[in-house]
Design a protein around this ligand. Structure first.
Ligand SMILES: *Cc1c(COP(=O)(O)O)cnc(C)c1O
Length: 369
């Protein structure tokens, strides 16, 4: 429970957070990385190929690969590769090979570089590269760190634990909040509570928070789309900004994905969760408030959830309601100090998605006759 934050905000709300930053990689991602590496090892696979945005998934899979003696190759979005050398170093410490994407190692990478030689990359492009390499080698498998059903399933350990911990605290959340990139940490904390709601046991309000620079749930289209830029993945029905959309280089790298988990999209379409967007500066301000009261420095992605939790607690202050708020603190920001330095130096700006670019990317959605 964030008692010192409650005090700092002078709110009658009770604020709880589930902290996933205590894992070796510093986020919730090992919850699925370890499971995926385990099952691949059981299946006789030698090598896992993947992509990473901010580096958290790559670090988690590199860590999991080391546990089970699997080789790991990571295509890392170029803007992060340059912005976050320590994430890269962590992956290499665990024994992974890290390649800046778009790269010249794949057809997908070479074709992007031919038209956009200065491309800073995107998750969609990096996924194409990883899938292309994995598909060409029998002993390799592709591993994805978010979006897919099995990933969301593994992550529900977050909510399962939170249910028990809330019981230990003698409370139950009125509000459950999480940030959404591909939807896995959010579904992880929210789905077990949603299950209780759908079974008619306890009502709960659920809020998904995404960056204004990549507003998949709030401004995207709910349609069949590819998960990657080169269109190698199966089609998924999801909220999407278009598979060729390259979002602004905001610091919450883990939230820069054009699509959303189909299960998450479904839940939002059914009206079971509210989606809202937040701007980068407000999120960093919230992160600082949290760090100064609770001592934990949140990842820039997690700051989106912190911001919404603080906003909801301040609403309680106005209305006098004492709601119980639970949010997922999905990771620490120890590898994101450049982002915090830039924020404190006044170098960050609020960026919105470019509607012209989204329109262009959405025009390329696959159509069915
Ligand atoms: C990867 C990551 C995210 C975004 O992915 P989701 O699947 O939406 O959870 C958010 N926060 C952190 C700390 C991450 O590592």
């Amino acid at each position: 429970r964030a008692r010192r934050l409650e005090k700092a905000l002078d709110t009658p709300a009770k604020i709880y957070y589930k902290y996933e930053g205590v894992s070796p990689a510093g986020s919730h991602k090992p919850n699925t990385a370890v499971a995926q590496a385990y099952y691949n090892k059981q299946a006789g696979i030698k090598r896992l190929i993947t992509e990473t945005g901010a580096g958290q998934w790559g670090s988690s899979l590199a860590f999991a690969g080391a546990l089970f003696g699997l080789e790991v190759v990571v295509y890392m979005v170029k803007v992060s590769y340059n912005q976050k050398p320590y994430r890269r170093a962590l992956m290499e410490t665990y024994g992974a090979r890290v390649v800046a994407s778009p790269s010249t190692e794949t057809q997908a990478g070479r074709s992007i570089l031919a038209t956009h030689p200065n491309s800073t990359g995107s998750l969609g492009i990096a996924i194409s590269e990883a899938v292309e390499i994995a598909a060409a080698d029998e002993q390799s498998k592709y591993a994805l760190g978010s979006v897919l059903n099995h990933v969301l399933l593994h992550q529900t350990v977050i909510g399962q634990e939170a249910l028990v911990q809330m019981e230990m605290a003698g409370d139950y959340p009125d509000l459950v909040i999480g940030c959404t990139g591909g939807g896995s940490n959010f579904a992880g904390i929210a789905f077990p509570f949603l299950g209780a709601k759908l079974r008619g046991e306890r009502d709960v309000e659920i809020i998904a928070v995404e960056p204004a620079a990549c507003p998949t749930l709030t401004r995207g289209k709910y349609a069949y789309d590819f998960g990657d830029t080169a269109h190698l993945t199966p089609l998924m029905k999801m909220h999407t900004l278009g598979s060729t959309f390259v979002p602004e280089g905001i610091h919450a790298g883990g939230l820069r994905y054009h699509g959303m988990a189909p299960l998450m999209s479904h839940v939002v379409a059914l009206g079971l969760a509210e989606a809202r967007l937040e701007y980068q500066l407000g999120c960093f301000a919230a992160g600082l408030t949290f760090a100064r009261s609770e001592g934990i420095l949140p990842a820039p992605e997690a700051n989106h959830a912190v911001k919404a939790a603080i906003d909801e607690a301040l609403k309680c202050k106005e209305s006098g309601e004492s709601k119980v708020i639970l949010f997922n603190l999905c990771g620490h920001g120890h590898f994101d100090m450049q982002a915090y330095m830039d924020y404190q130096a006044g170098k960050l700006v609020d960026t919105e998605y470019s509607s012209a670019e989204v329109a262009m990317a959405l025009a390329g959605l696959p159509s069915f006759g």
